[in-house]
Design a protein around this ligand. Structure first.
Ligand code: PLP
Length: 398
């Protein structure tokens, strides 16, 4: 049996989510914009999904825009707000450890004349709320900081940053794609104006997500066409996808199940991290305490992360590196570099992210396999002629 330890990359569709979606892929296939009975039935499913997602994050249903996933939600939040506010100012603040869906969108805006401040982080990957406050100018229209990092699991002080932004009257976007399965989200406690979600990190379907947009936040749409989603996202709605997001979110957010599952994952994660960091030359990355309960990330001296992922795959353990793989060469992860890890070290990154099906036996097997594979790869590296061609990485920017 394969041991899947790549839940930050994606998760399997939960049975209950599949069952919630099924009617909207079979009998309730209408277009929610249609006036007739079939359309109204589909609309009902969409409305219920919207209410459920809104309720789970303390929002109003009208503040939920269904999207095709985390990437679109991030793109829409950033460019949608930037262009809507561009007459007032063209300055955006983000951090150096954001997902590429945020960083690339900011880079695109930079090419259109916006100024972007990329805040640095400390050695654990934390953004300092005071640095956010210091970077805000009277031209700043948006701050975008993720709730939890996809590579190292570090949880950011979003409520503090939210309060800085509120005080300075700057819109605040939070990418909560990785945080949603684990952290209770309340858009009012966090004082956020925009928040991105993605279903497939929550045992929901791929290609489905949502963006919370606080009422009164000016935003232009990215997609032009029909007037769906209150003119914020044109295109016939993915009703089954939205129903799947709501069902997945409800399942993972259910208390006390979530607290219990978080505790279980934290225990497993600590054993996993302890076992892997017991190997000489292996160091934890990310925050020692403020990290997602399922996330174990390390850098390993003397190996390439991609080679280790390939070696583990042969042992039927599925993991990933934190590195982007371009044209066969391993680029060290921008997140690890921003945390001050030397490029050479950052090349040896490994990310193990647990999920609800993982057991203590999986963790034991994985520690043994990582120990064995690292020893083998180091021995191969010490005898260069025997070294195999470098493997492609696991998950680039997920
Ligand atoms: N933001 C973060 C933090 C992520 O980890 C991901 C996952 O890849 C995304 C955004 C993009 O989400 P999606 O795969 O739904 O487009």
């Amino acid at each position: 049996m394969t041991i899947y330890l790549d839940h930050a990359s994606t998760t399997a569709l939960a049975r209950e989510v599949f069952e919630a979606m099924l009617p909207y892929l079979s009998e309730h296939w209408g277009n929610p914009s249609s006036i007739h009975r079939s359309g109204r039935r589909a609309r009902q499913g969409l409305d219920e999904a919207r209410e459920a997602v809104a309720m789970l994050i303390g929002a109003k249903p009208r503040e939920i825009v269904f999207t095709s996933g985390g990437t679109e939600s991030d793109n829409l939040a950033i460019s949608g707000v930037a262009w809507a506010a561009s007459a007032r100012g063209r300055h955006i603040i983000t951090s150096a450890v954001e997902h590429k869906a945020v960083l690339q969108e900011c880079a695109l805006l930079e090419r259109h004349g916006f100024a972007i401040t990329y805040l640095g982080v400390d050695e654990h990957g934390l953004v300092d709320p005071e640095a956010v406050a210091a970077a805000i100018t009277d031209r700043t229209v948006l701050v975008s900081i993720m709730a939890a990092n996809n590579e190292v699991g570090t949880i950011q002080p979003v409520a503090e940053i939210g309060s800085v932004c509120r005080e300075r009257r700057v819109s605040f976007h939070v990418d909560a794609v990785q945080a949603a399965p684990f952290l209770p989200i309340d858009v009012n406690d966090w004082q956020v104006d925009l928040l991105s979600l993605s279903a497939h990190k929550l045992y929901g379907p791929k290609g489905s997500g949502a963006l919370f947009v606080r009422q009164g936040t000016p935003m232009v749409p990215l997609l032009q066409g029909g007037s769906q989603e209150r003119q914020r996202r044109a295109g016939t709605e993915n009703v089954a996808g939205a129903v799947g997001l709501a069902a997945a979110f409800a399942v993972t957010a259910e208390e006390p199940n979530r607290a219990g599952e978080n505790d279980r994952l934290t225990t497993l994660r600590n054993v996993l991290l302890g076992g892997v960091t017991a190997i000489p030359g292996v160091r934890r990355t990310g925050h020692p305490r403020l990290r997602l309960p399922n996330s174990a990330s390390v850098v390993i001296d003397g190996i390439e992360g991609g080679d280790l992922v390939a070696a583990l795959d042969l042992e039927e353990i599925e993991a990933s590196t934190g590195s982007a793989c371009t044209t066969g060469s391993m680029e060290p992860s921008h997140v690890l570099l921003a945390m001050g890890i030397e490029p050479e070290r950052a090349r040896g990154s490994l990310r193990l992210t647990l999920g609800r099906e993982n057991t203590p036996a999986d963790v034991e097997t994985t520690i043994e396999a990582v120990t064995r594979c690292v020893a083998r790869l180091r021995a191969a590296a010490a005898a260069p002629e025997a070294k195999e061609a470098p493997a492609m990485s696991g998950a680039p920017s997920v």
